[in-house]
Ligand binder design. Structure first.
Ligand code: NAD
Length: 271
């Protein structure tokens, strides 16, 4: 699937930690389709992960930025636009809950940790778009994508306060997407991805059972990180210019299934 559909397009990709990251697969797919980009992550993640390997592979520069810091974001955007001129695509692939990391139950949240989590997972998307908007850094018909999960719409007990962060993130996409569309002709969407085995994914308690359940519920099975990357490529391309303010489910059909025969059979055989 290499058709050079991103030839000439330039952007920024946030969130490639290691080769299981959705952002890592996206960087590879964008590169294979002819796109060029700056890679970025929080300084600590750059030290702990293997982003330099990806940078070498995709012939891209790495610019550290804590996505909650306006100063870091501005510096990153300036470096990218000095290199490329105005930008065509942005991937926000960032999520973190301190409460999830430290095993705090949803009914016993630490609110300092909650605040940190929503800043990293949701408000960072507003900070990023506001910085791009003010610096007039996006080309017309550019595309901004953030990654989310269906726990924003339905109750998933183990997803904890990340569910609320994702609801906040999706709302920011719509609210800012309105202004980005009107003023700059730029589209803003979120992709609601299947559960996926990544460092962030592994933070969700009981992930294995959860992955199996989602897979059995989805007529097409769970979507992989690579498939998510390819979907993102389509949203960065000129084939989706009028798609904006959407939360797009990329989940093998999971979101519209009530129950599948496999799940009925699994439960029936135990009773
Ligand atoms: N894995 C899943 O099951 C799944 C499902 C749906 C959506 N998502 C979403 O996909 C996105 C990517 O996650 P992933 O699964 O690839 O895991 P990942 O752990 O590989 O990526 C999360 C990234 O967020 C970065 N990050 C954390 N704090 C940051 C900060 N302050 N500044 C900049 N970057 C920071 C991390 O360094 C890491 O690279 C997240 O938004 C996640 O919620 C994941």
């Amino acid at each position: 699937m290499e058709n050079n559909i991103l030839k000439g397009k330039k952007g920024i990709i946030f969130g490639a930690l290691d080769n299981s990251s959705i952002a890592w697969k996206t960087a590879e797919s964008v590169y294979n389709e002819g796109g060029e980009f700056v890679l970025t992550n929080a300084p600590v993640s750059i030290r702990m992960g293997s982003i330099n390997e990806l940078a070498e592979k995709t012939k891209s520069d790495v610019v550290p930025a804590d996505a909650t810091s306006l100063e870091d974001l501005e510096n990153l955007i300036n470096v990218a636009t000095e290199k490329f001129g105005k930008l065509d695509f942005i991937l926000h692939s960032i999520g973190m809950s301190v409460n999830v990391r430290k095993g705090r139950e949803y009914t016993d949240l630490n609110y300092d940790w909650l605040t940190k989590g929503w800043d990293v997972s949701a408000v960072s998307f507003h900070k990023l778009m506001q910085s791009l908007f003010k610096l007039d850094a996006m080309n017309q018909w550019g595309s901004i994508v953030a990654l989310t999960y269906i726990a924003a719409q339905r109750a998933f007990p183990n997803y904890n306060d990340m569910a609320d962060n994702k609801a906040y993130l999706e709302s920011i996409a719509r609210s800012f997407g309105y202004f980005f569309g009107k003023d700059k002709k730029v589209r803003v969407n979120t992709i609601s991805q299947s559960p996926t085995l990544t460092t962030a994914g592994k933070g969700v308690a009981g992930l294995d059972g959860f992955l199996n359940y989602a897979d059995k519920m989805s007529p097409l099975g769970n979507a992989t990180a690579k498939e998510c990357a390819d979907y993102t490529v389509s949203l960065f391309s000129d084939y989706t210019r009028k798609v904006t303010l959407q939360n797009l489910f990329h989940d093998g059909g999971f979101s519209n299934v009530g129950v599948s025969q496999e799940v009925i059979d699994a439960i029936s055989s135990k009773s």
